[in-house]
Ligand binder design. Structure first.
Ligand code: PEP
Ligand code: MG
Length: 324
């Protein structure tokens, strides 16, 4: 735990004026559970299920998945655990399920793969629901949704899995379902998506990649990849506004949420929850606790006048330094 910040572990993340923003963590490896608890996480905002699939040499069975998921849910008993359905493809290939394509980030990825293989999707969703029996802290998150049709198809399969389990005598509640906003098309369809789900979560890593047409892992163009690009900030504001209007909670689970300066802008935009790597949690909490919401909103208004990411970053640096 970052030295000097340990004292913040058990205090809430709230501004001086009392605006609360639960800070959740992103997990994948099981070792991250312990680290998350050590940093005072209020829940899991993104559990990347593909990480455990990567550690196997074949698809884990439904039974094996129940055990894996149960450990995450039990460790965070009483706190929300957001389980994302398999997001393979792109840069994440399973050795036992090779996908060879020229443009993997524009190819068979995330929900596209699992909707083409409903047996994989159903086994996973059934395992998540079974694992949550008696705990009821599980939420399902759908990756890479780029149309309403994909969402509707996913929702049908989730309801089917729930019905099957009830018929088998497994008494599990229907979990809250959320959609990731990480493809530009989803930003423009946010109203239609929001009304179909219980919550939204923005994947700023992919959203930045797709909005700026820049591979998030390519070092040669890494200077083009910038979440402070005015177009990215504008998209993020549109999503928060639409979610607030629809009365649906909205979080952000990309790397950006763990950057204190970005966190200030995000709460000002109306994001209700931030999910990040454990290592950033206390630093973000420390900054948010040192300011008022109206200061964050004023800073956002200033930033929204800027036309380049360089100006924006310089402005944020100045503002954060002034606040100490
Ligand atoms: C994202 O795209 O911002 C995200 C959180 O998902 P991943 O990094 O796993 O693609
Ligand atoms: Mg993503």
């Amino acid at each position: 735990v970052t030295r000097g910040l340990e004292v913040l572990k058990n205090v809430p993340c709230e501004t001086i004026c009392g605006h609360r923003t639960p800070l959740l963590v992103n997990t994948g490896l099981e070792t991250e559970i312990h680290r998350a608890l050590e940093h005072g996480a209020e829940g899991i905002g993104l559990y990347r299920t593909e990480v455990s699939f990567l550690l196997h040499d074949r698809f884990p069975s439904e039974r094996e998945q129940v055990d894996i998921y149960r450990r995450q849910l039990e460790a965070f008993k009483g706190r929300p655990v957001t389980m994302r359905t398999l997001d393979i493809g792109g840069d994440k290939a399973l050795p036992y399920f090779p996908i060879e394509e020229e443009n993997p980030f524009l190819g068979w990825r995330g929900i596209r793969v699992t909707l083409d293989h409903p047996e994989i999707f159903l086994a996973q969703v059934r395992a998540m629901m079974k694992a949550s029996v008696g705990l009821n802290n599980m939420r399902i998150l759908l990756p890479m949704i780029s149309s309403v049709g994909e969402l509707d198809e996913s929702l049908l399969l989730i309801r089917r899995a729930h019905r099957e389990l009830s018929d088998e005598g497994v008494e599990c509640r229907m979990p809250p379902i959320g959609v990731m906003i990480e493809v530009p098309a989803a930003v423009y369809q946010v109203d239609a998506l929001a009304k179909r789900v219980d919550f939204l979560s923005v994947g700023s890593n992919d959203l930045t990649q797709y909005l700026l047409a820049v591979d998030r892992n390519n070092a040669r163009v890494s200077s083009v990849y910038n979440a402070y690009h005015p177009a990215v900030l504008q998209a993020l504001a549109i999503v928060a506004k639409a979610a607030n209007k629809a009365g649906k909670p909205v979080s952000i689970c990309g790397e950006m949420a763990g950057d204190p300066a970005a966190a200030v802008l995000l709460i000002a935009m109306g994001y209700n929850v931030l999910s990040m790597s454990s290592s950033n949690l206390l630093r973000v909490k420390s900054v948010l606790r040192s300011m008022r919401l109206d200061q964050a909103q004023q800073l956002l208004a200033e930033v929204q006048q800027m036309e380049t990411s360089q100006e924006t970053e310089a402005c944020l640096d100045r503002a954060l330094q002034l606040m100490g």
